[in-house]
Design a protein around this ligand. Sequence first.
Ligand code: NDP
Length: 333
Amino acid sequence: MNNSILLNNRPKETPTNDDFKFVETEKPSPKNGEVLLKTRYVSVDPYLRGRMRDEKSYIPPFELNKPISSMLVAEVSESKNDDFNKGDFVSGMLQWKKFQTSDGEGLQKIDPDVAPLSAYLGVLGMTGLTAYFGLTEIGKPQQGETILVSGAAGAVGSTVGQIAKIKDCTAIGIAGSDEKIDLIKNKFGFDAGINYKTTENMQEAISKAAPDGIDVYYDNVGGEILDAAMQNMNRNGRIINCGAIASYNKSETPTGPRVEGQLIKKSLSMQGFTIGNDFGDRMKEGSEQLGKWLQDGKLKHEETIVEGFDSIPQAFIDLFSGKNKGKMVVKTD
Ligand code: NDP
């Protein structure tokens, strides 16, 4: 038999297990030109929360009572497609199912001898590429500059801080526990860290950690942390709007201080992006650079691997309370 996870309800605020439904169906058989894929690792990502809303965005919403999809690593367990052999490993945007067929379109072959399979969902996958292109192409960090990143112990943020160090910058991270602050300083080489959950005045704490101000703010969370960072930006600073997890579960559009005064006075620029739409044609270049840094030992990565297909919804929900360090991945068998 096969198992799938469907969207049962559109979450109102923080998602719960009731928003997901498990169903059993027959295991599919590949037709000519297709492969049968067995899921090995599933990526759970904050942006999936946006796809659970019924609204127009850069990517279509999930449909109710249909399987959820995200980036997966799968093993080819049967092949009727000349481009793939049984035993090949692939990654691709696939459905939350134990088994599924594919005509091969959009699948990337991946090599378990180069990096562990799960790394293709993190440092060598979407989150690594998001960190790389967001920081280097939008932030354009210059030697000696100070880079601040929020969500610093997560998949994107931990890579951003390390790339900042590779570029000879000072890296300051914001994360939600003292354990995470130790991790970013001791494993990832950040120069300083701020635990936003135990800090009353973030504006002051950033100013203390970066007495010369911030040149590039890589924002993964939005909300009040962005407001505090904005006050510490240097002239000609760059703000990269990568994510806004602080507002993903809000039912009302949050409001806050107006930003235009800071942007005008300090000649700041603020730019959002989505990795697929803005850098989708440069994935190979980005993966090669990340792979080289990984091989040279310049880039480290951390994963929180949760076991079991049935744990996928909970692993996704746990992103919003910060249960992960590095990339959150589910190992399905
Ligand atoms: P992470 O691995 O960083 O996991 C999410 C982390 O966010 C949690 O561990 C938690 O860490 C933190 N968090 C959760 N809720 C809040 C909150 N209310 N305020 C502050 N921090 C919070 O996820 P990713 O690295 O995959 O993604 C990071 C961000 O980048 C997300 O916003 C995501 O949507 C965005 N993104 C954007 C892409 C793009 O193309 N623009 C592509 C990929 C990701 P803590 O314990 O520190 O609170």
